[in-house]
Design a protein around this ligand. Sequence first.
Ligand SMILES: [Zn+2]
Length: 368
Amino acid sequence: MRARTVAAGLVVLGVVGSIGIVFAQKGLPWPAGASSQAAAPPPAAAPAPTTTATAEPRQVVRPASPVSDAIVVAQAGGMPRASAPAPAPAAAPAPSGPPMPPASVAKGPACTNPNALGVSRVVEIDTTGGPGFGFEHFKQFDFLKPGEVVLTFDDGPWLGNTPAVLKALEQECVKAVFFSIGKHATYYPDILRQVYEGGHSVGSHTWSHVDLSKKKPDEQKEEIEKGISAVKAAIGHPIVPFFRFPQLKHPAEAVAYLGDRNIAIFSTDLDSFDFKIRKPEQIVAKVMEKLKKYGKGIVLMHDFQHGTSLAVPQLLAELKQGGYKVVHMVARTGLDSQPQYDAMVAKTEKLPTAGAGRPINSVVRTVE
Ligand SMILES: [Zn+2]
């Protein structure tokens, strides 16, 4: 009886998808406290993409009683493996079936710090139907245990700040989710490549960081797809099918579109407001204060922000001291881009190349 109920529940959860998300985002009057900055202007020169890294498949462990069919708990420190959706039987079989798109998270470097904070567990998300995460807007999947934290970074890649965040994460053997802006990925593809090679989940955050609630559906689609194309072009792999809306504005049409594309939507549990606070010590204090209040959560920060890049080492130290555990969210399968948007991004990239290799001070000089 119980097994049948669980199986039926899984089926319901599996089909709720974007419909549930639309209701959730309409029904919850949370303040839109996300970052407000638009995509930054291009730098003087965009570095060329680097060579391909190898991603290794790995075993996934299914718990006896999963939180939902969208989430599978995997062993810490490893990789997601492609597997077919389960047909919701009474007793879940081992994952098997036809080959799926390549794994979308690289293995990352070996941990060399014996006292590192580390990743306590990896959760694999089945993004079918576009499940939503982050209690500010989506309350269906409460999968974190007390003391567990997911670190997410938006608006990169960016010169200096993103590499500093990566270095801090690597020193503590911690993995995070990055929501990259498409334009920024075209400016700094080698930096986004480092994010990917670090073993982090690389999702997308639109092409130019516009408020999609002010755009028509076809414009929303173009922003979403060009963002995916640009991020994929930078890392040279299918990306992780995770998406975060700029300013956490969730227009219903775009939410439905992401559901059709089987892309998970991320809001947040704990907004650091690092783009407003900026001072590293205050960013750390804000995150720790909210963690103490809520006990767990998906933390929203920005690798684009210099203050955040300075704050992450201390934040990780305080998380470790406070006994918090870092959970890494990965996806069951990768997300591929669509050729017509790849072409649009490629065309955009070609536009600024005339003289793009020149240093800025050879082009612009203060004369008075
Ligand atoms: Zn943003």
